[in-house]
Design a protein around this ligand. Structure first.
Ligand SMILES: [Zn+2]
Length: 260
């Protein structure tokens, strides 16, 4: 079957399938300083599978925004073309030739746009005129982010709750804040804490909770190939750390949502 491509076989770049290991074509050869041993590869895999985050802040270099977005797209396009070339794909094929630029634009302008603080949503706050002093829970917020160890999707739901200290936030802003921190290479633990910290700051209260339940495609489509498991992370702060408040939140989160 043909799917937009010019050929029904994957367009490879002249590389023979039974090419001997160590024989390189197209001018590529193993870097002379290449020294990763099997043990080191295993350690890298283990760090990826452990999914530990090194810090609450996304690790960024100080010069992260010296390049503008257009230049980043151009450079990533160039490098992604090289990745495809190295894989042996034929970049003159109609189906593939646009992929490096497509991927570069997707990285910079869509799925990793939350790396840039300039894209952080401006909070819209209102006075708590109704004197509503109970918890507000926004549940089932869509989570679509990317595992920073494998660069494949993490898909799930976030439940966000706060108790007003005098200010309330527009409901859609809660979704926007979750979305902003999702648009980065992430680990789920860090994503959870980053959302909670941002809400604490904006709402000027410690009484914030965030729960995320998500499936990691690096667990389901590779490695252990477990399609059923999901990962739950939570950040309970202020009054939400108290058992009764936490239980009330969990009741709201687990009860079926209204259907309209
Ligand atoms: Zn992963």
């Amino acid at each position: 079957m043909k799917l937009n491509g010019t050929s029904s076989s994957t367009p490879l770049n002249g590389a023979s399938a039974n090419q001997q290991e160590g024989v390189h074509t197209n001018g590529y050869s193993r870097h002379e300083n290449y020294s990763a041993t099997a043990d080191q590869d295993e350690l890298v895999d283990e760090i990826g599978d452990a999914h530990g985050a090194s810090s609450v802040d996304t690790p960024m270099r100080p010069d992260a925004f010296d390049l503008d977005d257009e230049l980043k797209v151009d450079l990533i396009e160039e490098h992604f073309r090289e990745i495809m070339n190295i894989l042996g794909l034929d970049l003159t094929d109609d189906s593939l030739k646009g992929s490096p630029r497509r991927v570069a634009k997707m990285y910079v302008k869509e799925i990793f746009r939350g790396l840039n603080p300039a894209n952080k949503p401006a909070p819209t706050l209102f006075d708590n005129k109704f004197r509503y002093n109970e918890m507000l829970v926004e549940k089932d917020i869509t989570v679509q982010t990317y595992c920073e160890h494998h660069f494949v999707p993490i898909i799930g739901k976030a439940h966000v709750a706060y108790i007003s200290s005098g200010k309330v936030i527009g409901l859609s802003k809660l979704n926007r804040i979750v979305e902003y921190f999702c648009k980065r290479p992430q680990v789920q633990e860090r994503l959870t804490v980053q959302i909670a910290d941002e809400l604490k700051k904006i709402l000027e209260t410690e009484d914030v909770a965030v729960i995320i339940d998500a499936k990691h495609l690096c667990v389901s489509t590779r490695g252990v190939h477990d399609v059923n498991s999901s990962t739950v992370t939570a950040s309970y702060n202020g009054k939400f750390a108290e058992e009764a408040t936490k239980q009330e939140l969990l009741r709201y989160v687990t009860q079926p949502s209204v259907t309209i």
